[in-house]
Design a protein around this ligand. Sequence first.
Ligand code: ATP
Length: 396
Amino acid sequence: MSGIGIDNTSKKAVTEDYVRFLEMRLQELQAELQWVKKEREYYRNQVEKMMTPPLVEATVLEVLDDDRAIVKSTTGPNLVVRILGSVDREALRPGVRVALNQRGSAIVEVLPTREDPYVRAMEVIERPNVRWEDVGGLEDVKQLVREVVELPLKYPEMFKEVGIEPPKGVLLYGPPGTGKTLIAKAVAGETNATFIKLVASELAQKFVGEGARIVREVFALARKKAPSIILIDEIDAIAGKRMEVGTSGEREINRTLTQLLAELDGFDPLDRVKVIATTNRLDVIDPALLRPGRFDRIIEVPPPDYRGRLEIFRIHTRRMKLGKDVDLAYLAKITEGATGADIKAICTEAGYNAIRARRKVVKMEDFLKAVESVLKGRFRPYVQTGPSESEERHVI
Ligand code: ATP
């Protein structure tokens, strides 16, 4: 009797297990079905997009009434076209870009305005509020930049008296996120100068003549707003070694670089305009740019050492409410190889961790988690071997 009882009980348990397994499997399959449906939807959309005929671009010349407008199509003639009911009438003004259906008989969409390349490639800050104390570590770099950029801007007469010409520009090179832009902002901040940032990779994508035009206008603006610091970010995008033959894109880049060289040669070293260029790729820079009178100082901006990292941690935690257990020296030790940008990201992430835990005070555990998530693969846990908190160098 009891044997049969056990048999039935275990059979029941096995069956229940199997039912549970089937239920789980069902849930999994349902989830998979949802996913497959989404995938099908996505690809169906893609196919539809591929099948729809291209639209014709046109510019509105005049809106006649609620239903009709005169447009100039990019294919040629001026056309009187219908306006589809779904088109936003408010946005329909002379000069606006629109899309016509393929037969060119109706406006089907108002297109976004083309962003001014001049605006996209440039940023102007009148007297940025960054100071040298906001730049951690990099003592040698700061010293050099002070001598060759800050001094001539502040005391040009000193250079005249001594009879020497300061460099017109410096080239900062080093890995991304090591503070090159920050240094340029700090010089501008310290000298009450206008900071003008030019993104060279944006210039490289411009239409014929535009890159060169922007370079010319930026130098004109810098002179007008002097003292000025022009920062040319990622200069390698326009100053790669020049090639003999190339595509029209390359010719355009050459034109932009030629304009830049002309501008550099054209101004006086004591004009109160200084140019700071940055790159991560010193090896590809055209030597013409490095000749005396152009970027004749080349300064390396390396990732921070232990002391630098500690300073950067201090800078970026200045305004944070830190728990008593937070040990910045320890954090500086375990983040070997991290850049200033990484450290800033760690501090921000630690703050988020505290917010997630509904705390206003940021604790050490928040920082440790942040180190792990920001540095991910690069992070190697540090094993402390003794009370070496003040140690300067540390091998992990
Ligand atoms: P990229 O080559 O990618 O343009 P970069 O070298 O110009 O990088 P920055 O843009 O200056 O790097 O750095 C990004 C941010 O990281 C800075 O705004 C700053 O908050 C922080 N940072 C980097 N280096 C330092 C530093 N030495 N001291 C303090 N903060 C730093």
